[in-house]
Ligand binder design. Sequence first.
Ligand code: FES
Length: 134
Amino acid sequence: MTSRFDDIQDLVLKDARKEYSETTIDFFMNPRNHGPMEDADGFGTVTGPCGDTMNMWIRVKDGIIEKASFTTDGCGTSIASASMATVMVTGKTLEEASLIGQNDVLSALGGLPLESEHCAALASRVIRAAIKDL
Ligand code: FES
């Protein structure tokens, strides 16, 4: 038996699926690597033109990003973008990670609506900010 809450959630999801990919919805609803990291080697913070701020922490060993995490006060797509960025940088060299751009984040998410594409740009900028802090 489904509850009224489940029914409402199904309706909201049905609506969201018209605009967002399954991956974006998943990364928004179950964000990977969310939260500050205490033993980080690098920390980056970037505020976009929209006024939202993204923070990223990275831990690096032998030039490889071992772990990354994020927080943001932004919208759902900024949560999905930042979370995807943390997954994308993990296991990469610093050089590989610094080359991740807006389009890479967009592709990994399966695209975003045009008006939200800048969230992916913010995620790629915060990667570079965290690397620069090392
Ligand atoms: S609207 Fe600002 S990061 Fe998404």
